[in-house]
Design a protein around this ligand. Structure first.
Ligand code: GTP
Ligand code: MG
Length: 199
C-alpha cells in the first residue's frame, strides 16, 4: 500500500470527543520517547505530520490522522513518564485506557518497544492488560538503527521469551527504524491486509 494522503484531523482529550467514524483505526502506544510520532511520520513520508521531540512527554492528547481517506492512524501520549512525579514509572492514564476499551472502530493497538533495552516492566504490564481485555495488538520494535542487527535480534528474542511467561501465542511484530525506514513496507502491508478483512 502507498500512502498518498495523510491529514491531521483532531486532537481530543478523551475518547468521547474523538471523530465519529466507522473507518478502521490503528492506535500507536508505548513508553514516552519510544518513537511513536516518528514512526507515524516515517510511514506517511511526512516529517512534520506528528509532533516529535527529544524530550519525553511531547504527545499529550489523542491525535487522529486520516490516511488515504479510508483509515485512521492515532498518535497517543506515552506511558511511563510524568512531569510532576519524581518516579518515571507512572502508569498509563484513564484517557488512554478508556480510549482503548471503548473506541468502537479501533482495529488494533500497535505497541512500540525500544529495541535497545531489556524487557521493561511497564511494557509487559501494558501488554498483559491488553490481553486481559482481549484487545488485538502488534508490536513494533523501534530505533534499530542505533545498534547492530545481531544485538537487535537478541533483544527481541529476549522480549518474546519473556512474553511466553504469560502468553501461549506470540504477537505479530515489526522491526523498525524511523532513520533507515526499516519496517515501513511490512507494516503497511499488514494494514492493507487488515483493512481488506474489515470490508
Ligand atoms: P512522546 O510523544 O513523548 O510519548 O514520544 P514518542 O514516542 O512520540 O517519541 P518521538 O517520536 O517524539 O521520538 C522521541 C525521540 O526519539 C526523538 O528525538 C526522535 O528523533 C527519536 N527517534 C524516534 N524514532 C527513532 C529511530 O527509529 N531512530 C533514531 N535514531 N531515533 C529515533
Ligand atoms: Mg509522540
Amino acid at each position: 500500500m502507498k500512502i498518498n494522503n495523510a491529514v491531521f484531523v483532531k486532537s481530543s482529550p478523551q475518547w468521547e470527543l474523538c471523530p465519529q467514524t466507522n473507518l478502521p483505526e490503528y492506535a500507536f502506544i508505548g513508553r514516552s520517547n519510544v518513537g511513536k510520532s516518528s514512526f507515524i511520520n516515517m510511514i506517511t513520508n511526512n516529517s512534520k505530520l506528528a509532533k516529535t521531540s527529544s524530550k519525553p512527554g511531547k504527545t499529550q492528547m489523542i491525535n487522529h490522522f486520516l490516511i488515504n481517506n479510508s483509515w485512521y492512524l492515532v498518535d497517543l501520549p506515552g506511558y511511563g513518564y510524568s512531569k510532576t512525579a519524581k518516579s518515571v514509572s507512572v502508569g498509563f492514564s484513564k484517557m488512554i485506557s478508556d480510549y482503548i476499551l471503548y473506541r468502537p472502530n479501533l482495529v488494533a493497538v500497535c505497541v512500540l518497544i525500544d529495541s535497545r533495552h531489556e524487557p521493561q516492566q511497564n511494557d509487559l504490564d501494558f501488554l498483559f492488560r491488553l490481553g486481559k481485555e482481549a484487545i488485538p495488538f502488534v508490536l513494533i520494535f523501534t530505533k534499530t538503527d542505533k545498534q547492530g542487527v545481531v544485538r537487535t535480534k537478541e533483544n527481541i528474542d529476549v522480549f518474546l521469551q519473556k512474553m511466553k511467561d504469560h502468553w501461549e501465542e506470540l504477537p505479530l511484530y515489526f522491526i523498525s527504524s524511523a532513520v533507515t525506514k526499516a519496517g515501513k513496507e511490512d507494516f503497511l502491508d499488514f494494514i492493507d491486509k487488515t483493512n481488506k478483512k474489515m470490508k
